[in-house]
Ligand binder design. Sequence first.
Ligand SMILES: N[C@@H](CCC(=O)N[C@@H](CS)C(=O)NCC(=O)O)C(=O)O
Length: 207
Amino acid sequence: MKLYALPGSLNSRKLLALIHHLALQVEIVAMTVEQVQSDHYAAINPNRLAPTLVDGDFILWESNAIGVYLAHESALIPTGLQARMDMLRWLHWEGIHFNKALGTIFFEAVVRPQLGWGATNQTLVDDALQQAGRYLPVLDSHLANRLFILGDRLSFVDFAMASAEPYRDRLSIEFDRFPNVQRFYDRVAALPAWQKALRKAPVAVAA
Ligand SMILES: N[C@@H](CCC(=O)N[C@@H](CS)C(=O)NCC(=O)O)C(=O)O
């Protein structure tokens, strides 16, 4: 199996941490942004976005689908219909709402200047900050009586939800207003697999 990744990016990091945590035999192909945008890569991911998993003839893109595929049958995926739907609910919420907002701020504040891709799009940042202001209290209140997103056990959702964690000081968000989110971020940041995913991140996309 091969994972084509932009290792400094949020959606690739969640999978790198998962792969390290489960010690999966997955070859990580670290790409640059130019490689992700190439026609060559579009053959496996027509969106020209990372990550993409190639498992024999099976090609899978969308990081959360890849995470569920890789963690399938491990303790990081809950069993039972309702628990699985709870997982899906939070994975959708993470991708569509929460980290969509944080990812936009991350891109505008960290990636764009680093790649020299022109001036910050302040309209986008303002909208993303408004969205973050809407969704952070939801997460903070959810985490008030839980260690992790699905309860007291680590799951793949935690790697997905925490993907902006390394950049929390650079996102112009007052995270201290959300102490449960801060503690959750700290808990995930303390995992050896998370640290390993960070250490291995090259500088192609993020510091
Ligand atoms: N919903 C997709 C989003 C993928 C995505 O936005 N990838 C970004 C990095 S986090 C990317 O490849 N950006 C490169 C570009 O925009 O050229 C997923 O979860 O896999």
